[in-house]
Design a protein around this ligand. Sequence first.
Ligand SMILES: [Zn+2]
Length: 290
Amino acid sequence: MPELPEVDTICWRLREGGHGEPPLVGRTLVSVDVDDDAVLRSGDVAAARGGQVVDVTRRAKWITIHVAPTPTTKRTTAKTASSATAQSTRQSTIRLLVHLVMTGDLHVVPAVPARFVRWRARLDDDAWLVFTDPRRFGHLDVTDDDAPFFAGLGVEPLSDDFAPALLAGARRGRRAVKTALLDQSLVVGLGNIWADESLHVAGLDPRRALADLDDHELVRLHGAIKATLQQAIAEAQTELVWRYGNTAAPSPFRVYDRGGEPCRGCATTLSSTKLAGRTTVWCPRCQPAR
Ligand SMILES: [Zn+2]
């Protein structure tokens, strides 16, 4: 399941071009069509037809494709100040709000793939933006206001709003630190992979209660989350395949999905249990219970 680094990498690829694909930003959507009715949750894709992609942004695990209406229908008068024009363009932007959920993916490609295409947009040079999704859990909303979709989401872990004090403020009850990291109303974008990896970097047992971690441990955890996500994004931008989908290659992870295998740091056999219904893996030596 794509988490923050993977979703961020798709946004980067669409914004700037990468992984051998050209950027989507700057292109006109000549047509937008839904191949699988189940993918469209709200809005009308016709609203984006003829518009120009001006930005691609991420919030939590959501991707927003910002589409400015076609200039011929929204032409501004010559006396409008340029800053006001930019403002009005931003306000009137149509947003294609995409959630990949499990197996969704977005690509700019020269031809439409034969399988798994749920919606597509023809671009001005006859290339295509395609949303593929074998498992069909991913979805699309077409809206002029994405803010309501983000209500209740916690802070972005790579933003300045994410601080050790935020974790300290969540020290209540007996929930495990791993469970707290999966709580999207506290901090967004961490799933099973990057929560386990961050806790190994921090040297913290995932079963310990967040409330029992002292201030030094929270600073360590905060730093580990930031560093782990930043490294994951850097690595994902240089890879052509999702690391978790590439079952033929050896696992690139420190602990995730490696229960029973040796720790890469100390060779101790990695432990495994379920926390909040999710398989959790840690090193009993690098991540002591106390
Ligand atoms: Zn170890």
